[in-house]
Design a protein around this ligand. Structure first.
Ligand code: FAD
Ligand code: UDP
Length: 370
């Protein structure tokens, strides 16, 4: 008999397993249907011996000292500031759009104030900012929107930006200075020995047992447990009784090239051409030295593993129906990107899991051994 069954060995499940095992001294079984821990953050050495991310590029960034300190128990860090270029009109230019982007693309020599005026002249004010189109067009105008956002978003999500919540493209800011970093968070690092090693250390507690290639459907019949942490898709947990929640998927094509580098930065986006959205070159992220280089192309798809909840009003309404059921499930906690249908980054999932742990401890005092 386990005190807890944790479904999913990604950040949500692994953080909760670690906290429960180490702070409550209770026995936890972690299962995952995949053959590895780490969820979508899983990384591995490919055949050439290059560390790659099996499910696309994962860059850790956070403004939360508490989250950074928590994860620092399980890894050392490599400082890394992410930079992305977009191939637009045959040129490579920084995204988020900044002073360099506009000057390069339009052959201008604006300064920051000049760019602010240039953008203001083009911005199309909107009474209400609701969609992913509104948020960009109202800030920088239609031309830049069409070059950088429209095609990429249609490819990535399979719908027009006008049909997606504003929160999606609002993830990418615009800057009038030359800061070309993708993120501006206070903490920007990669785990020095990779994510998988971080997860292995997190789960290496005598109170934790891990079973891979084990689906919840089978496990629930055969394993005795008192309480459940569920981090899979919430609609699946409830047998899709209100209908399927849309999740966007990706097909990853990994390749190793017989050359030392392919591109100047870790990620190049393709908003205007190609069936893939972006190419990632891992050695930029990991700092690994190798005579060859490994890359991944991401092809968005409707079918396949669920990777992204699709932020649209109608999907949120459907999620809320499932959430109402989830809230009254006794002894079950729903955590993570799939189970709470939120487009969360890794640090947000860690924060959500730590908050869930605090709630569990308030609701269920730890049994004192006599
Ligand atoms: P997951 O990592 O999805 O883990 C859930 C686990 O549950 C999976 O391993 C799954 O196999 C398992 N599972 C599901 N159902 C069952 C079942 N029925 N039985 C058994 N096991 C089950 N975040 C960042 O902060 N920075 C980035 O750069 C970044 N890049 C990303 C790039 C891509 C392409 C994607 C898809 C995501 C990216 N993210 C990034 C987000 C990050 O992946 C997530 O925030 C994080 O991994 C979510 O953790 P999780 O535990 O909620 O879910
Ligand atoms: N986006 C875009 N063009 C880009 C980069 C991003 O249109 O060059 C939009 C797109 O809709 C994308 C969203 O902004 O899905 C969020 O981008 P982010 O890089 O945060 O996506 P993720 O890394 O989560 O896939």
């Amino acid at each position: 008999m386990f005190d807890w069954l944790v479904v999913g060995a990604g950040f949500a499940g692994s953080v909760l397993a670690e906290r429960i095992a180490s702070q409550r001294d209770e026995r936890v079984l972690v299962i995952d249907k995949r053959p590895h821990v780490g969820g979508n953050a899983y990384d591995r050495y490919d055949e050439a011996g290059i560390l790659i991310h099996q499910y696309g590029p994962h860059i850790f960034h956070t403004n939360s000292e508490a989250i950074f300190d928590y994860l620092s128990q399980f890894t050392r860090w490599r400082p890394y500031e992410h930079r992305v270029l977009a191939e637009v009109d045959g040129m490579l230019a920084p995204i988020p759009i900044n002073l360099t982007t506009v000057n390069r693309l339009f052959g201008l020599a604006l300064d920051s104030e000049g760019l602010a005026r240039w953008l203001a002249e083009r911005a199309e004010p909107r009474a209400e900012i609701r969609t992913s189109e509104d948020v960009v067009v109202s800030a920088i105008g239609r031309e830049l929107y069409e070059k950088f956002f429209k095609g990429y978003t249609r490819k990535q999500w399979g719908v027009d930006p006008s049909e997606l919540d504003k929160s999606v493209t609002a993830r990418v800011p615009t800057r009038t200075n030359t800061d070309d970093r993708y993120f501006t968070d206070a903490y920007q690092y990669m785990p020095q020995h990779g994510y998988t090693r971080l997860f292995e250390r997190m789960l290496a507690h005598p109170n934790i047992k891990v079973m891979l290639q084990t689906d919840f459907e089978e496990a629930r019949k055969e394993i005795a447990f008192r309480r459940l942490i569920y981090t899979g898709p919430i609609d699946e947990f409830f047998d899709f009784r209100f209908g399927k929640l849309p999740y966007r998927s990706l097909q990853f094509r990994h390749a190793t090239l017989d050359q030392s580098w392919l591109q100047p930065v870790a990620v190049v986006n393709y908003p205007q051409t190609q069936a893939y959205t972006r190419i990632t070159e891992y050695k930029h992220l990991t700092g690994q030295r190798h005579e060859k280089t490994s890359i991944t192309y991401e092809f968005p798809s409707d079918v396949g593993d669920p990777y992204y909840p699709v932020p649209r009003a109608e999907n949120m309404a459907l999620y809320k129906k499932y959430e109402r059921l989830a809230l009254v499930q006794p002894d079950v906690w729903f955590v993570g990107r799939l189970a709470t249908y939120r487009y969360y980054n890794m640090d947000q999932v860690v924060g959500q899991a730590l908050a869930t742990f605090r709630r569990i401890c308030q609701d269920i005092p730890v049994k004192k051994t006599p």
